[in-house]
Design a binder for this molecule. Structure first.
Ligand code: ASP
Length: 332
């Protein structure tokens, strides 16, 4: 799903990262690790897309590591509350964060972010990259994406756009939509797009962007109206849904990558152990099948590494800082 330019950037920075020895603190070894339950922090609500991806890989990773993995939802402020908590956790491998593209967008959107993505975390590995869809409540008037643009411009004061808080993927996608359409809408923040989608199905909000891992079931069941998918190619699991580019909005392209993080200073041997367990989980056929049904796939094994993840994070921090600045969005 990544562009060639990105892959080249990853390759270049991977090399630099490998040379500078990223992927955990050199002090200490894995010892008996793990000999206790590991907690995976999800910085968004239970039942949402980040939560879904986390639970998909937690079980096979737990099997591989021989301990339980407890998934905890620490939602708030577009994912920054949970991420901040992991940044301050003991670097012993027992607290791990699953985060998404928000790790690379938040620094440009928050003036006082309580962590620094590159300085406060060890990257463990990339997990998956998920397309987004633009969806609306079933009885929302516009029929197509071009209709949606016309409609929201004419009704800007009353249309509501749901998101999972500043810095969340849905917020970012909503910003790009508003920028492309040339309109400013009333945004309704939730703690995650799990509850936002529930409200959308219930008709309490008008529309939003969300990952296919959350919307596929509702789209195929006809419970929401789907306008477009925000990736260059259509998604196999939703073959009739056109892309934003096909519908005249090529500048609205965003897919949501996920990665696992440990607090800075976690011993390298522990980070490697977690990364190897992640790789095994991503090769698990049940995980591959589950992801395919929801419009996504595991990253290639080489990307489920601390080095490739760090390189991608570095590239994404630069990319999104520029996109956000170019869109005229100011940090709050
Ligand atoms: N999809 C959400 C977002 O907008 C996150 C979530 O609830 O998983 O970032």
């Amino acid at each position: 799903m990544r562009t060639t330019r990105t892959i080249v950037a990853i390759a270049a920075v991977s090399l630099a990262a490998a040379c500078s020895g990223t992927g955990g603190s050199d002090d200490g070894d894995a010892g008996n690790y793990p000999d206790d339950n590991i907690t995976f922090i999800v910085p968004f609500s239970a039942g949402g897309p980040t939560d879904t991806v986390t639970r998909m890989i937690a079980e096979p990773m737990a099997k591989e590591l021989g301990v339980k993995i407890v998934v905890q939802n620490k939602e708030g402020a577009g994912g920054t509350v949970g991420a901040g908590e992991v940044a301050r956790a003991k670097p012993d491998g027992y607290t791990v964060l699953m985060h998404h593209i928000g790790m690379s967008t938040a620094p440009a959107l928050y003036k006082n972010l309580p962590y620094k993505p590159l300085e406060d975390f060890e990257t463990i590995g990339l997990v998956t990259e998920v397309p987004m869809t633009i969806v609306a409540r079933k009885d929302f008037a516009p029929a197509t994406l071009p209709d949606l643009v016309t409609y929201v411009k004419a009704n800007a004061g009353k249309v509501t756009l749901a998101n999972a808080g500043i810095g969340a993927a849905s917020h970012l996608c909503g910003l790009l939509f508003q920028h492309a359409a040339g309109v400013k809408l009333q945004e309704v923040p939730y703690q995650g797009t799990g509850p936002a989608l529930t409200d959308l199905v219930g008709g309490q909000v008008d529309f939003m962007c969300d990952q296919t891992t959350n919307t596929t079931g509702q789209i195929t069941a006809g419970k929401v109206k789907a306008y477009a998918v925000t990736t260059p190619e259509r998604v196999k699991s939703l073959p009739d849904l056109k892309t934003t580019a096909e519908l005249g909005m090529p500048q609205l392209q965003v897919s949501v990558w996920h990665g696992l993080y440990a607090p800075k200073g976690t011993p390298k041997a522990i980070v490697e152990k977690l990364s190897n367990a992640l790789k095994k989980a991503l090769a698990n056929q049940a995980v591959i099948d589950q992801m395919a049904k929801l419009g996504t796939a595991p990253v290639p094994a080489d990307d489920a590494t601390p080095q490739a993840h760090r390189a991608y994070l570095e590239e994404q921090l630069t990319t999104w800082a520029k996109i956000i600045a170019d869109a005229g969005v100011k940090a709050t």
